[in-house]
Design a protein. Sequence first.
Length: 230
Amino acid sequence: MTVSQPDGVADLGFARLDVDRAARTGDPEVVFGQGKTPEQIVAALRTLHEAHPDRAVLATRLSDEAIAMCAERLPDAEVDPVGRTAVLGTAETHGTVAVVAAGTSDLPVVRECATTVRVFGAEPDEIVDVGVAGLHRLLAQRDRIAEADVVVAVAGMEAALPSVLGGLVGAPLIAVPTSVGYGWHMEGVTAWLATVNSCAPGIVSVNVDNGFGAGVAAARIARRTARTRP
């Protein structure tokens, strides 16, 4: 049972949802599904949707059981088993974000990022499998990537993609190191160190596998850029 409180909190018993966050920051609270039961995730998503009926709300890092329950009990939800997300409602988008992935093994992070970008108010453009092991594939997409307001570069292994893109395009560039790799890649720490030590200027990095964090930052930059464009 949801109990609304005057401090902008919806008390669900197991969670206290911040339903005033959109008024403060421009974006509603997001349900982080890891560690929550499917029933809790459904209840939280439904409550956030009721509080923000005019926009999209998001749940991330969903288990297979939670994905199935969201699809069953929230028939209007858009569920993505690859990105492990569920979205209720629709979002108005301003600006574009190129979500560029080195390989298809990075797709779960790519999908999480792209869905987050859309929910947070920008249009994602997914460009997948253009890692530097086949540089011609990346160069063939250079003009398309350069047209975006923001670029998110998702890469594991040695995470060379963000550095290469940093020398090819002038848009704000957010690197997402992933935990994809052979041998002793330290669950993505090797890729993360590569992104924060890049010699290409203008690159910022989020934590390993944090497609959500990159998506939020990229969407906020893109929608501000689009609204100030003549």
